[in-house]
Ligand binder design. Structure first.
Ligand SMILES: N[C@@H](CCC(=O)N[C@@H](CS)C(=O)NCC(=O)O)C(=O)O
Length: 280
């Protein structure tokens, strides 16, 4: 689908492809409800973790820009993702993708019945855990805002600058992956050829994935060269728990058109980028 300028396309409200099949497999009520939006990378972080851990959950797609009251009840700013705990005497819920990821990590580590893996190295190796958290911190502090600055930049000079900033955020992440590989011995992290999904992979994955479809389409972006890096991206986007949360390319291209043309009031994230504030 060639880029034909701003055609006024809006975001999608229902997953497609693999993500749709996964959502359908989780359409029954359950103890946990994931409030999601099919295009949202913050939601995808949590969805990947739920799939990876094999936790029972129900997906409920909402329109986070319309903010239905059921969403505001579980997420005060009306942002997705949110997680609602059903069947308890008192209402309980969580919002904020990273908080939810950390919650799920601790939740599975305490219930051996459900344990299928861990997004962090073992608790007996706090240094290795801290290095994964450094990667995760870099993702939120640099990679994610750089993605939006690049995609929302309208004049050519700003786009070139944005592209450089985004590449440099990727390079920074690679450095942190290399450092962890040199200083620790853990099978957590897809940077290693036979590694397993880490907290940083789950946190970066949705934007790195969009850098393989949305950014090439709207900004002519090309992923940095390097066999090792390319192999990492390949492992990440094809990792089964990740793949199962991916919709088809057209959904992302259409849903991100409003960011690519920096339409007014696209979202709280877009407004924060335009005004130089931190992301919501
Ligand atoms: N810091 C939040 C950000 C979540 C977020 O911005 N979600 C977007 C969808 S991708 C949203 O709900 N936007 C609604 C809005 O902008 O009003 C997190 O990590 O969960």
């Amino acid at each position: 689908m060639p880029n034909k300028g701003d055609t006024g396309k809006s975001y999608h409200l229902k997953c497609t492809g693999d993500a749709l099949r996964t959502a359908e497999a989780h359409s029954e009520q359950s103890d946990l409800t994931l409030f999601g939006g099919c295009f949202c990378p913050f939601v995808q972080r949590v969805w990947v973790a739920l799939e990876y851990f094999g936790i029972d959950y129900h997906v409920h797609e909402v329109d986070p820009y319309k903010k239905p009251s059921e969403l505001l009840e579980v997420s005060p700013k009306g942002l997705v993702p949110a997680l609602k705990f059903n069947g308890l005497e008192k209402p309980r819920s969580l919002n904020e993708s990273v908080v939810i990821l950390e919650y799920l990590e601790e939740y599975v580590s305490q219930s051996s019945r459900r344990k299928k893996g861990s997004l962090l190295p073992p608790i007996s190796d706090p240094y290795a855990r801290a290095l994964v958290r450094l990667q995760a911190d870099h993702v939120n502090r640099n990679l994610v805002p750089a993605f939006y600055r690049y995609l929302q930049a309208q004049d050519t000079e700003k786009q070139i600058e944005g592209g450089k900033e985004f590449v440099s955020a990727i390079e920074g992440l690679v450095k942190l992956f290399e450092r962890a590989a040199a200083e620790t011995d853990t099978d957590v992290g897809l940077w290693k050829e036979d590694g397993k999904l880490s907290l940083a992979d789950a946190m970066a994955g949705p934007w790195l994935f969009r850098a393989t479809n949305v950014l090439p389409h709207y900004r002519g972006f090309m992923m940095p060269e390097g066999a090792k890096f390319r192999a990492y991206i390949d492992r990440l986007v094809n990792y089964p728990a990740f793949r199962r949360t991916c919709s088809t390319e057209g959904l992302y291209l259409e849903s991100y058109e409003r960011y690519a043309y920096n339409r007014p009031n696209t979202s709280q994230v877009a407004n924060a980028i335009n005004s130089g504030r931190g992301l919501p």
